[in-house]
Write a protein that binds this ligand. Sequence first.
Ligand code: GLC
Length: 555
Amino acid sequence: MSAGPLENGALWWRSAVIYQVYIRSFADGDGDGIGDISGLRLRLPYLAALGIDAVWITPWYPSPMKDGGYDVADLRAIEPLFGTVADAEAMIAEAHDLGLRILLDIVPNHFSDQHPWFREALAAAPGSPERARFIFRDGVGPDGSEPPNDWMSNFGGLAWTRVTEADGLPGQWYLHLFTPEQPDVDWTNAEVRAEFDQTMRFWFGLGVDGFRIDVAHGLAKADGLPDVGSTMWPPVTAEVVDHPHWDRDDVHEIYRSWRSLADTYDDPRVFVAEAWVHNPGRLAQYVRADELHTAFNFDFLLAPWDAETMRESIIDSLAAHEAVGAPATWVLSNHDTVREVSRYARPQDERRLRKLDDLTDLPADFALGRRRARAAALLMLALPGGAYVYQGEELGLAEVEDLPEDVLQDPGWEQSGRTERGRDGCRVPIPWSGPAPPFGFSPEGASAPPWLPQPLAWRELTVEAQTGDQQSMLELYRRALRIRRSQPELGDGRLTWLDVPDGTLAFGRGARFACIVNFSGDPVPLPGGAHVLLASGPLTDDGRVPRDTSVWLTT
Ligand code: GLC
């Protein structure tokens, strides 16, 4: 069943389910072991039939791949490994014909060090206009040999690298909040702003429906670049600190101008912010009426599987979003976080499990993790607003925790001095079909194996193996998405909390739809007259909802 022609509703994004394609790992069309646009084109019918509304594609621009493509060397072209601009145009047209909208990833905080602007900056003198597009500063100390401040890279080590000047001597330092190959650009520079405006117009002109904004909370830096004073950055806590480079109020003016650019198009062009901020109130500032349309709700992603914490997270998010008239955007995983099956397989205390190193020491029960992930999917898809599904989530894939060290590619691995294994475990290529790797990820006769090795156990989790198996995760997602489309109460709107015992949550959507989630309570009876539309797992013999299970009901 295809989604059908594009719905023209200007507000489609308020209810949308958007599927994240991590392009290197989704589908390989040309057999080099790396996902690409031709592979994605072949799989578009799968995505349309899944019942999603749009696809977000991670960076596909020319890149030395020091950070999986988030090191962009040319903002308005396609990485040859992935295809050509013509392939991209064809893919966008085909997606639109299938009723799918396309969002790209835009990376405004930094460029690749191979971007022509950075090469020009290195060749130019201190104080030149070429250097002013980035954040170059003199070092501290008599010979400038100490970095300009105490800022740390997100991947470990200093956020500053010293360059060699034309005279062959050590010179200025440049800022990179991520790898040294990702120099931060200076958003107070008018050329930078114009460059991104032109980039958005370029892709909008090719039919792209919106952008996911990478590190949306990082663009504004405090005047004078003062010390942080500590390297700690708790991504989501109630406490707001005046941080010199994360979530500064100055970012909002940039997004107001992006919104006015997007609004010059007749078909709505939309944004979703990747903003790691302290609390839902701070997040909601990004989605005020004249700013971005949506922002990922990472508070929900990180919440442990616990009724009270989840309820609080949902209530706070909905209230903060409602106050600015924006829909909430739910997300359970992405290419930066440990897959939810593996997070939920661990004991769920107040610890926030985000990185592999947060959980490898904890005991794991993967059957439990999978049961909770199924229940979480129904919870997420019943909540008011939009949702994201990360590729492989619909297959119930777990994090691959035991990748051999010699295949690890996440820059965090080397940059942490090989102490943090990084994010490769959620980026392993998708299993489509067949009994052995590459599981249909690459075509037959491929010249190279998948760029990260797939576990043999995935033969039971391929799309082919799960299709038609009514107990499978894939069929659960398919049914849930089909029901979501057919129930006007779902998607954008409000919820009503229903009374249930401790350890459980229940809410209604409209007069006829309800969702009950049992996290850790006794089995919950169904309300009288209710009819089960979908359940994430078996009910008890007497028809009650056991723990780690969600049901969708109608009256
Ligand atoms: C975002 C991306 C992540 C990348 C980082 C730097 O957090 O999601 O993958 O490493 O930005 O661009």
